[in-house]
Design a protein around this ligand. Structure first.
Ligand code: C2E
Ligand code: CA
Ligand code: CA
Ligand code: CA
Length: 279
């Protein structure tokens, strides 16, 4: 058989056509999902390494697909990004988050800051802040209750504009976290310009604690960076006791991962009671 060169095109590629059809079908399905309330939220706990207490929750969206069952975000967020459906999806996630926080508060439960993943496309919408304020106002949720998780890719786009926007959001009381830190390309000089409450060390570094001294060195560097810039550092994807102890020993502030808790539906989450928490 002859190997085909990189520049050799086929005029008709049945596989590619199938992919296009599949994507188109999925886009229609996703529109229906938004209209018919098939998206639901899971919450993953975050714990402080200084006092072992619950210090946050991350919202992770799921799609309860009528035929395919529960779909993880990796299977539909990329398409949502491509088709701009990520914008209505993002607002739906925020609104559902507000409803959930209100419901917990009405049960006198102590709700730590709740982190939501924000797509760059949504964050850069002209009326993002107004829309966000309006939604929180509707449910009476304090701005400090919400943490916006952004990624480094955002900062590459239009740095000046992004930095200004983040400053405005922080001034309005919202917490800001930089997600998947270490996997993007943003420079350290950029990092000092953006207002951040938290850096999230990516899972790909945490995973190799005890296995790869280079990953360990990177983690120590990020922890030191956080301390010198006065930004809290959280490690994602903590699965083992060894990883947990390494992070605690080296002064990481907080952790999130299967060792401490999987993402779960609100019914399966136990929050401390307000009265107990305040003594
Ligand atoms: P992410 O923001 O980095 O979220 C963390 C992912 O790691 C989640 O996957 C979580 O379930 C998983 N995870 C948590 N602990 C562990 C662990 O100990 N080990 C391992 N191996 N994985 C762990 P999930 O829920 O599949 O979400 C994947 C990605 O989808 C998220 O990555 C985020 O980028 C995106 N995503 C999720 N929800 C939303 C959303 O509402 N809006 C947007 N724009 N993106 C979202
Ligand atoms: Ca995240
Ligand atoms: Ca992450
Ligand atoms: Ca590695």
């Amino acid at each position: 058989a002859k190997a085909r060169g990189k520049n050799c095109y086929e005029l008709y590629n049945p596989l590619q056509t199938e992919e296009t059809l599949h994507a188109f079908q999925m886009e229609q399905d996703l529109r229906l999902a938004l209209a018919h309330d098939q998206l639901l939220l899971h919450f993953q706990p975050q714990f402080s390494l200084t006092n072992q207490s619950l210090c946050g929750l991350e919202v992770l969206v799921r799609w309860q697909h009528p035929e395919k069952g529960m779909m993880p975000p990796g299977q539909f967020i990329p398409l949502a990004e491509e088709t701009n459906l990520i914008i209505p999806l993002g607002w739906l996630v925020i609104e559902k988050t507000c409803q959930q926080i209100l419901s917990w508060q009405e049960q006198n439960l102590m709700v730590p800051p709740v982190a939501v993943n924000i797509s760059p496309k949504q964050l850069m919408e002209t009326d993002f802040l107004q829309h966000l304020n309006q939604l929180l106002g509707k449910y009476g949720i304090a701005h400090e209750q919400i943490e916006l998780e952004i990624t480094e890719s955002l900062i590459l786009q239009d740095p000046e504009n992004v930095i200004q926007r983040l400053n405005t959001l922080q001034a309005a009381g919202y917490r800001l976290a930089l997600d998947d830190f270490g996997t993007g390309y943003s420079s350290l000089s950029r990092l000092k310009q953006i207002p951040l409450d938290r850096l999230k060390i990516d899972y790909s570094f945490t995973r190799d604690i005890g296995k790869d001294p280079k990953d360990e060195a990177i983690i120590l560097t990020v922890i030191a960076l956080g301390k010198s810039l006065n930004i809290e550092v959280l490690a994602e994807g903590v699965e083992t006791q060894e990883q947990y102890l390494f992070l605690k020993h080296h002064g990481c502030d907080s952790v999130q991962g299967y060792l401490l808790g999987h993402p779960v539906a609100s019914e399966d989450l136990t929050l401390p009671n307000e009265l107990v928490a305040t003594k």
